[in-house]
Design a protein around this ligand. Structure first.
Ligand code: ZN
Length: 319
């Protein structure tokens, strides 16, 4: 029997159709991991629970990752900051199962990830970290003052060979391939023409000095009616319009923006924190349109699944 031949092609000409299934996550580079030079702590009121809380960043051995330690619970509870431990994405990111959980972890994670501190035990004696000014600024200042040290282990940097896109209800979040080993993020904020928060965009290269200067001090924002609704549910009772940015019909109430596009920049901050839950560095261009914690975590989940296939190809059969 003769070999099969493609119609319309001359005899002896065969081609193989390469069907690209899911885009892959590919290793691009690596860098030395870092931990803190010594412990450092900060206290304040948790935005969610309203409790007075002490948070302590502690050095950790190689390959530990970021692990939250609830020191107020018995038995001692350690919750690794990993996407597989996410249990909530409504307005904030929550890890672990009640009562063994931590919530609103994204600003703490953004500070650590933005400064490339990879191994750290984050002790806290309440369910949510100190809210401070609603940004990651104070965490970043403390961590920088304490300093970090290089470790022998290496952190892998992964990219994609073609875009990976997640979407939901008109919002999208994508990781695009990019030349080099760096990470760039763009956020398009669009709450519609009626919103007191104007349409805005921000693009940022994510590396420690730029993260510190351009992103870390950008605060959480919320609409006045949302703030009232949360208060009616007993949340954020000790949080005022001076603690974060509350938008009324005419703009920020009792407050001034630190950048004209501070809300879009804060969305970048949240993405840095949520994508740190992947446990590896990313390179490429993250492009977001109207997305928030649910899509950030969905992208991290999607990437984690692909990462497992990259690290262990047999996982492909069972995924
Ligand atoms: Zn946030």
């Amino acid at each position: 029997m003769g070999k099969p031949r493609q119609e319309g092609f001359p005899p002896g000409f065969y081609f193989v159709l390469l069907v690209k299934d899911d885009p892959l996550v590919i290793p691009i580079s690596s860098r030395q991991e870092r931990t803190l030079a010594k412990p450092v702590e900060v206290e304040g009121i948790g935005f969610i629970t309203g409790s007075f809380v002490t948070l302590r960043f502690c050095p950790a051995p190689e390959n530990t990752g970021i692990v939250f330690h609830r020191t107020d619970l018995s038995p001692k509870t350690f919750i690794p900051a990993h996407v597989t431990n996410v249990t909530g994405t409504n307005r904030r990111t929550t890890l672990g199962q009640k009562p063994f959980q931590v919530t609103l972890v994204e600003h703490v994670l953004a500070a650590l990830s933005g400064l490339r501190i990879d191994n750290c035990i984050v002790e806290l004696n309440a369910e949510d970290p100190p809210g401070l000014d609603g940004s990651a600024s104070e965490f970043v200042n403390l961590l920088k003052k304490t300093g970090s040290v290089a470790q022998n282990s290496r952190k892998m940097i992964y990219g994609v060979e073609s875009p990976i896109i997640v979407e939901s209800k008109g919002a999208t979040l994508a990781l695009h391939p990019c030349e080099g080993t760096g990470l760039k993020m763009t956020y398009f904020l669009d709450y519609g023409n009626q919103s007191p928060i104007q349409k805005q965009v921000h693009t940022q290269i994510i590396e420690p000095a730029l993260f510190t200067r351009e992103i870390s001090q950008c605060r959480t924002f919320i609409l006045e009616e949302e703030a009232d609704m949360l208060k009616a549910q007993g949340l954020g009772s000790r949080t005022t319009s001076q603690d974060l940015v509350i938008f009324g019909p005419k703009g920020p109430i009792d407050n001034q923006l630190r950048f004209a596009n501070e809300p879009a920049r804060h969305k970048v901050l949240d993405m840095v924190g949520d994508l740190a839950l992947l446990g590896v560095d990313l390179c490429g261009h993250v492009v977001a349109y109207r997305s928030g914690h649910p899509l950030n975590v969905e992208l991290a989940r999607n990437l984690f699944q692909k990462l497992q296939m990259t690290i262990s190809p047999s996982a492909r059969l069972t995924a």
